[in-house]
Design a binder for this molecule. Structure first.
Ligand SMILES: [Ca+2]
Ligand SMILES: [Ca+2]
Length: 269
């Protein structure tokens, strides 16, 4: 089928004498692999010649589509002429076919593969979480809007929230006995606004990953804070902590913490 297309194109070229003794010669562009780069144009070259010095028509095809036709004048073809194709090859394997004719009857062609690969991960420019500070620590879930800005040299980038970690146990002492403390639903995130009354404040670390179309990945993270207190070293006191921390019948959690001898808990100020 390719040959028919080429012959049709070559039919436009009239042989000077209507007869060409020797078919043209063609030196095919070498196969090569390129790193994908947005909008990059790659130059491939071929050399054509004709022993009779005939005029030559050269048709370039990429993935079955004619993209360029060169006509080389008679005479100069005896020693060989180098021709170039500048083309924005796309990700994947591209077949480049070069067909040459001197009179429409002598047709020679060759093909080569130009492979465009993407081995470079995207670049994450910015990760934000809004809000990045939760208050008051009332044990309620808060919607967190995570935004990732990323770019890649080879097209669009997608991203997702991979995981969340906390510097405090999910259900530790003095944090209200609530679990889980985060919910990931696609790229929607909820974080629980709480921290241990005996800690230094909670830090959630949200891990995100950005992918390009070839699944090269980049990772980054953003933090969301739940302060231990709001100034003056005075912890926020949530009555729910008292109810959650103390076993039934043993009084309030606040008192229990004070009395357990570890010096921690709500009583530490
Ligand atoms: Ca010839
Ligand atoms: Ca890439």
């Amino acid at each position: 089928m390719r040959k028919e297309i080429l012959i049709t194109a070559a039919g436009l070229l009239a042989a000077p004498l209507g007869w060409a003794a020797t078919p043209p010669l063609i030196v095919c562009p070498p196969a090569s692999t390129l790193e994908c780069s947005n909008a990059a144009v790659t130059v491939v070259q071929t050399m054509v010649s004709d022993a009779d010095g005939d005029a030559l028509m050269v048709v370039w095809m990429v993935n079955g589509h004619s993209v360029l036709t060169n006509v080389v004048e008679a005479g100069v073809t005896t020693n060989g002429v180098t021709l170039s194709l500048s083309y924005p090859f796309t990700l994947g394997t591209n077949e480049v076919l070069v067909g040459v004719t001197d009179d429409g009857t002598n047709v020679v062609s060759c093909s080569t593969l130009i492979t465009v690969a993407d081995t470079t991960p995207p670049v994450i420019d910015l990760v934000t979480a809004t809000p990045n500070s939760l208050w008051p620590p009332n044990h309620k879930f808060k919607d967190i809007r995570v935004r990732v800005e990323a770019h890649d040299d080879c097209g669009p980038v997608s991203w997702q929230i991979m995981s969340v970690e906390s510097n405090e146990p999910v259900d530790g002492r003095g944090d209200g006995n609530t679990a889980p403390d985060w919910l990931i639903d696609g790229n929607k995130l909820k974080l629980r606004s709480e921290r241990s009354g005996s800690g230094i404040g909670r830090v959630y670390t949200i891990h995100v990953q950005a992918f390009d179309a070839s699944t090269n990945a980049a990772v980054s993270s953003v933090k969301v804070y739940v302060a231990h207190d709001r100034g003056h070293g005075k912890p926020y006191h949530d009555p729910a902590d008292d109810e959650d921390d103390g076993p039934p019948g043993k009084g309030k959690g606040k008192d229990k913490d004070k009395g357990n001898g570890n010096g921690k808990g709500h009583g530490k100020k």
